[in-house]
Ligand binder design. Structure first.
Ligand code: NAP
Length: 339
């Protein structure tokens, strides 16, 4: 099979297209013929060694993808052969990511993809949707699971709603019944966040965003899903309601976090940090189940018309796909395995 691998950490040029033997699924695992691989910032961060040192002599990158199960290991129901699936955390703690014609993952990381959902939508889920789910389910007064109605009456602020995770926050919050506000950096991103379903968009670079958000939600915001904590903590605390939660999955821009302890205390605010790897199997399984339900409901479409433009590369140009993500390409970067 054809696979992308890297043997040392470094820039995109360390990625090589090679031929490898077909991987064999072990007990509890499935082998998937990958159709589309989804690229996330964490993939280039892992490749570069920024996130952590490489754990295996040779690594095929990418956590997310979608395809069809073509073999199962011992203990996995044989009826799963032929099942269309979306994958999450394929390369987490394993050397076999989705940038290859075939990958092997634990059976629970291959989630059925409904017939109505294409492989692009499936490959775009993993990291963004599961992260968004966690951000929306860690509030003190909020639900631990998402379903239609779970966030009825709640106000969610999706910071940077034109980003991949921000997009998933908007879609899942909307599906669960929340009023969704998104911050954006300009009119093009406002268009995307609106296309994703945000009820209100606020340009965080113009005017007085806190006053604008307070105007929309006079009682304050219940949950902020935050991508740039240092840059936005003051804004978040200015619009948060009592016992509200700031769920932060990144500090894009790298600005140091200056926490107003008194205001946080007065609000009984919750500042929740999140990363999928250590969220625990229970939270990830719950997230995968709820995301699958949202997908079945047609709540997670992709493409520019739904606020998530797709940029595609063939497998042999995976290095360019990494460059695209690293340089901040708007929307979702996908690698077509079969082209
Ligand atoms: N913790 C986790 O488990 C986890 C999971 C997924 C991703 N991440 C991290 O989360 C970050 C985003 O990932 P992604 O895939 O969504 O990337 P992305 O598609 O590139 O989106 C990043 C978004 O952040 C927005 N942004 C940057 N600074 C902002 C600010 N000050 N205020 C509001 N929005 C701001 C950008 O919007 P503008 O250009 O309009 O500012 C952009 O839309 C990355 O650092 C990634 O490594 C963490």
């Amino acid at each position: 099979m054809k696979a992308i691998v890297y043997r040392e950490n470094g820039g995109p040029d360390v990625l090589r297209l090679v031929d490898r033997d077909l991987p064999v699924p072990g007990p509890g695992e499935v082998r998937v013929r990958v159709a589309v691989s989804g690229v996330n910032p964490t993939d280039w961060q892992a490749r570069s060694g920024l996130a952590h040192a490489k754990q295996f002599p040779e690594v095929t990158p990418h956590l997310d993808g979608a395809g069809v199960i073509d073999a199962v290991g011992e203990g996995v129901d044989r009826s799963r052969v032929g099942e269309r699936v979306w994958l999450f955390m394929a390369a987490a703690g394993r050397p076999t990511g989705t940038a290859a014609e075939f990958t092997v993952v634990p059976a629970e990381r291959a989630v059925p993809l409904p017939d109505e959902a294409g492989f692009d939508a499936g490959a775009a889920l993993g990291v963004p949707a599961l992260t968004a789910h966690r951000a929306l389910t860690v509030a003190e007064d909020g639900p631990r699971r998402l379903r239609p109605g779970a966030l009825d009456g709640a106000v969610v602020l999706a910071a940077g709603g034109a980003g991949a995770v921000g997009h998933a926050v908007i879609q899942l919050a909307l599906w669960a019944g929340a009023t969704v506000i998104s911050t954006v950096s300009g009119p093009e991103k406002a268009r995307l966040a609106t296309a994703a379903g945000a009820h209100h968009v606020v340009d965080y670079r113009e005017g007085d965003p806190a006053a604008e958000i307070r105007g929309i939600a006079p009682d304050g915001v219940d949950i902020v899903a935050e991508v740039a904590l240092g840059a936005n903590i003051a804004l978040d605390l200015a619009v948060l309601r009592a016992r509200g939660t700031i769920a932060t999955y990144a500090n894009d821009g790298g600005k140091p976090v200056e926490l107003d302890v008194l205001r946080s205390m007065v609000l009984n605010a919750r500042l929740q940090f999140l990363v999928l790897y250590t969220a625990g199997p229970q939270a990830r399984t719950a997230a995968a189940e709820d995301v699958a339900a949202a997908l079945r409901d047609g709540a997670l479409p992709v493409g520019a018309e739904h606020g998530l433009p797709l940029t595609r590369f063939p497998l042999h140009r995976t290095a360019d796909a990494h460059r695209a993500v690293e340089s901040g390409t708007v929307g979702k970067v996908l690698v077509d395995i079969t082209s």
